[in-house]
Design a protein around this ligand. Sequence first.
Ligand code: ADP
Ligand code: MG
Length: 326
Amino acid sequence: MNEFELIDHFFSHPLKQRKDVLLGIGDDAALLKPPANQSLVVAMDTLVAGVHFPEFTKPFDIGYKSLAVNLSDLAAMGATPAWATLALTLPKADKKWLTEFSKGFFKLLKEHDMQLVGGDTTRGPLTITVQVHGFVPEKLALCRNQAKAGDLIYVTGTLGDAGLALLMAIHHSKPVARMKHGEIREKNLILERLNCPTPRIEEGLALRKISNCAIDISDGLAADLKHILQKSHVGATICVEDLPLSNALKNRLSSPEAWNLALTAGDDYELCFTTPPANETKLKKVFEKINCPLTCIGQIEKKAGLRLTYRDGRTYNVKPKGYQHF
Ligand code: ADP
Ligand code: MG
């Protein structure tokens, strides 16, 4: 299979044609028509085998995740996804691998009514670069530099699950044959968080009129929240006891380890955002409607830096240890 047959077979197969794609895959470049009065939002992320995913990751998951991590960036801007491009570097043209990869990629693409409009295909060590394009009405984008002292800090979903999955995948703690039914289900759910994260697109859209400031948690809450603090020239206090943890995480790790994982492990792709306290009622209503768990973890303050506390106000300073994998 040569390069052109490969592209044709796996990537330009009948796609639902978006009206704003004047010309898609097959020419020297794509012709696209962004809507009037909206900002074009562009993000790109690269996944390198052995660096961004373990070598044993299934091709379906690699396809899914390469798009998911990009959509998470659009979500964190409050953007509606529209187009994607895909640069694939492959050690060889493996039909089985490509079939599974494209299944994962197109599954998520279709869920968001997106179109793949172009890309590039080369030979080399397995590397996947995806670029996504979306739209947001001017002035409604969620930017990192918009947090204000007094704002409350919220996160969606639960934190640390992808980190836990990585620990479990690496240590293979217990043979499946000796697991109880509930245990297997829980383990699969956790692995799913690492391999097929759900980008919080709907949540990002819901936040357009409630928040001005958001980030997606790809490198760990502490690191990502610090980006908001630095860009906004503010500080924050968060309470470790308020960090949202899944039952799976609570069942496997005791408090300081669980909190440290939630603070430092990456790959969760939840949203962290800020909003004035006056928006609380509206916020809760909107998130209940879209059925997304929401937790207030702290508050933005004038004083620079990130402070961690217990609920009673004591300083939390248990340093993360033993997670060299991150
Ligand atoms: P050129 O030589 O002009 O750069 P290419 O051979 O790289 O053209 O690509 C031919 C067409 O196929 C282009 O429209 C390009 O966007 C598309 N394409 C190449 N690789 C991919 C891919 N992995 N996924 C989607 N489209 C691709
Ligand atoms: Mg090219």
